[in-house]
Write a protein that binds this ligand. Structure first.
Ligand code: FO1
Length: 339
């Protein structure tokens, strides 16, 4: 079965590890968020692409959720000794190699999608990882502090400020000009089902949906999302600070409405959020906390089951699927979803 998934950082990568476990025979294409990208010391750093690549490739620092395992920070110490800024973003020695190779290839003229494919040739993540766009995009956050009202890079707000200063606006710089990377729209068109992991709905999924043509392409498919909010709080990260910044409540209901129908056809919520409802969407409640790969696989499997039911795909889900545009939705699926 062909699955497309939109992914951001740590939660998305851990969910994808579960999805690979739940559907080992499926062909999974991951559209990765590049709004978190930052240029540091002249190097292009792509946190969300690297987090997916390292997590699925077995190189991730497990308890941190980002960066490499068995990491050292000698280069970081030397940069600090030179007084080089910023010092609030922790790049490890092994991680530096990824950014050096990426920057070298970008400087040679390769698009980010080709660079990502080359890096994944080493890591073998088991999915096809495509950046949402090859064009430059960066999420910036407007804040007001003692230095007045200004825009800072998302990473400075997220890592240095720990989202402690309210975000007055969250802007994906470059969104108007950016086009989907090669293969993105085709992967969506070819997909049997689309899964939205419990990534940050604003700075991870929301940014991908801002790239021209992606939301429309997804609306033609059967899409099931997993709520990143459980019982009024984000499962991890600071999605609440991001949702507040765009005037959205931190609830499973509000995030479903943010994505909206017809984008989402199915929505998995935690048992304490069982009352969530939206016309045109089938909502199912189940435990949503990912403690380990097994629990992530159970959640991903439930999302996949809901998606294949809504898409009218029968069998064990390893088949090629019967095409999955909304036209392909079985009557039962349609009635069910409409209810
Ligand atoms: N997050 C932190 O909280 N502190 C860091 O110093 C930090 C460094 C870092 C380096 C490379 C990388 O790929 C991710 C890094 N992150 C760090 C995580 C990153 O800010 C977030 O994972 C994503 O950007 C949001 O999902």
């Amino acid at each position: 079965m062909r699955i497309v998934s939109l992914a951001g950082g740590i939660g998305g990568a851990r969910f994808l590890r579960g999805l690979l476990t739940a559907a080992p025979d499926s062909e999974i294409t991951v559209i990765g968020n590049t709004g978190d990208d930052i240029t540091l010391y002249g190097l292009q750093v792509c946190p969300d692409l690297d987090t997916v690549m390292y997590t699925l490739g077995g190189g991730i620092d497990e308890e941190q959720g980002w960066g490499r395992q068995k990491e050292t920070h000698v280069v970081k110490e030397e940069l600090a000794a030179y007084g080089v800024e910023p010092q609030w973003f922790g790049l490890g020695d092994r991680d530096f190699a990824t950014h050096i190779v990426r920057t070298q290839m970008l400087s040679a003229g390769y698009p980010l999608s080709a660079v990502t494919e080359a890096l994944c040739a080493r890591w073998q993540p088991g999915v096809r990882l495509i950046p949402m766009t090859d064009d430059r995009t960066e999420t910036h956050v407007v804040i007001s502090d003692e230095r007045g009202r200004r825009a800072v890079h998302f990473q400075e707000w997220w890592v240095r400020l720990r989202a402690s200063v309210p975000a007055e606006q969250i802007i994906l710089v470059g969104a108007d000009e950016a086009r989907p990377a090669p293969g993105v729209l085709q992967a969506v068109a070819d997909a049997d089902v689309v899964i939205l992991p419990p990534s940050n709905p604003v700075v991870s999924i929301g940014t991908i949906l801002q790239i021209r043509g992606i939301r429309e392409a997804l609306e033609a498919k059967t899409v099931v999302g997993v709520s990143p909010i459980v019982g009024g709080a984000p499962v991890r990260g600071m999605a609440d600070a991001c949702l507040t910044a765009i005037g959205v409540e931190t609830t499973a209901q509000a995030v479903l409405e943010l994505y909206g129908s017809p984008l989402v056809n199915g929505w998995l919520v935690a048992e304490e959020d069982a009352g969530v409802a939206l016309d045109g969407v089938r909502v199912e409640a189940r435990p949503l906390i990912m403690h380990d790969v097994e629990s992530a696989a159970a959640i991903a499997g439930a999302a996949l089951d809901l998606a294949t039911a809504l898409a009218g795909i029968t069998g064990t889900g390893t088949g090629t699927g019967t095409g999955s545009g909304r036209a392909g939705q079985s009557d039962a699926g349609r009635d069910e979803a409409a209810r």
